[in-house]
Design a binder for this molecule. Structure first.
Ligand SMILES: NC(=O)c1ccc[n+]([C@@H]2O[C@H](COP(=O)([O-])OP(=O)(O)OC[C@H]3O[C@@H](n4cnc5c(N)ncnc54)[C@H](OP(=O)(O)O)[C@@H]3O)[C@@H](O)[C@H]2O)c1
Length: 335
């Protein structure tokens, strides 16, 4: 049974795992805290580790290597946001925790990866290590939803993002941006969490976007995709972008293979409106992020206006004010 102290450490690992979110390649961003209960019932954190940038070493390895050899390990608890990995012939994290003498482990959730699921848990139990599963999990699963979706379904997590004005336009002929600088900062965080970002061909030509993640101190490599119509070639060549042609009428099949070949497990589609509508109508998304300005656009065209009932019936995951804008996240009904 988990105590209140345990639960507060579980919350800490959830928060810590945010630090490397989006920067751990194919691995989820995990955190591990090692807490010493030798002298204090509330425990004392003696070490922590995060999944390394680019995915390896894992959080547990990074945490274990910092504990002193002299410490009595019988009263140490390892708090980890995800079940430690276990592979028979390798020095996996479960084996390392056991060999390090840790006798109590609290994890937030089991690993959704079918190759790993429950294996670390069973191995550690066999070794008579007390292992508890918090299963509060919501935050870690929510943050690492891209990882979970891909591991469970082998399909990429797709987010559609659109910025619209109060009066429903996605384009303003007087300005490149519909929303404020503060909202764009949020949108760069959204880029950070995905493997790839894609826009339609007209957006490439009209806006000449960089499609980079511009956050101070963060170096994120994003794959940059340009979507073009089926069986067409791009009229321009540009080696910074990967041109992907897709079949509007068979979007999922024509796209997923290509994404999978490029090792893309999560994709952020940033418009324009035709591209957004193609993905939307095909149901080819997991979430929609709508950045809604409180200002009207006065100079645009009818083809850039969205139908005001478009999102009726979708589930709102969140709806927050963001400076002068509103960010509404919709999730697909069956996600
Ligand atoms: N508010 C926002 O969040 C946001 C985000 C991104 C972009 N935008 C704005 O959206 C505008 C563009 O939107 P959009 O709906 O027109 O287009 P889009 O979604 O950016 O691109 C899709 C369009 O590209 C054209 N295309 C595709 N393959 C092509 C090929 N091989 N050769 C030539 N053309 C090809 C097609 O246009 P045709 O169907 O006409 O052939 C297709 O409908 C931009 O001006 C940008 O400023 C807004």
């Amino acid at each position: 049974m988990l105590s209140g102290v345990d639960l507060s450490y579980v919350r800490s690992v959830q928060n810590l795992s945010l630090k490397h979110l989006g920067l751990t390649k194919e691995n989820p961003s995990v955190a591990c805290l090692i807490v010493d209960f030798n002298k204090d019932v509330n425990g004392k954190v003696i070490s922590f580790g995060l999944t390394s940038l680019n995915g390896r070493p894992h959080a547990e390895v990074n945490a274990l290597k910092k504990i002193s050899k002299k410490i009595d390990r019988r009263k140490l608890t390892a708090y980890i946001s995800l079940e430690p990995c276990f592979k028979k012939k390798l020095n996996s994290c479960s084996t390392l925790l056991y060999k390090a003498g840790i006798r109590r482990i609290v994890i937030d959730s089991l690993d959704p990866n079918p190759e790993i699921y429950n294996k670390g848990n069973l191995f550690l139990k066999k070794k008579k290590i007390k292992i508890l599963i918090a299963n509060s999990a919501s935050k870690f699963k929510e943050l690492n939803k891209y990882f979970y979706k891909y591991k469970i379904s082998s399909q990429p997590f797709i987010t559609l993002k659109l910025a619209i004005s109060q009066n429903g336009y996605i384009k303003d002929f007087n300005s490149l941006d519909i929303t404020s600088k503060k909202t764009q900062q949020y949108l760069h965080y959204l880029r950070l969490r995905h493997d790839a970002i894609g826009v339609g061909y007209n957006t490439l030509i009209d806006d000449q976007p960089q499609l980079t993640c511009r956050l101070n101190g963060i170096n994120k490599h994003l794959k940059k995709l340009i979507f073009i119509k089926k069986n067409t070639k791009s009229p321009i060549q540009n080696k910074n972008f990967q041109f992907i042609d897709y079949d509007k009428n068979n979007l999922k099949q024509s796209l997923y293979d290509k994404l999978s070949k490029s090792n893309i497990r999560s994709l952020l589609v940033e418009g324009g409106l035709s591209t957004f509508m193609t993905f939307f109508k095909a149901g080819c998304y997991d979430e929609i992020v709508l950045a809604k300005s409180k200002n009207n656009v006065v100079s645009s065209r009818a083809k850039y206006k969205i139908n005001k009932n478009l999102f009726d019936g979708l589930l709102e995951r969140s709806n927050n004010n963001y400076g002068n804008d509103k960010i509404i996240v919709y999730k697909k009904n069956n996600v």
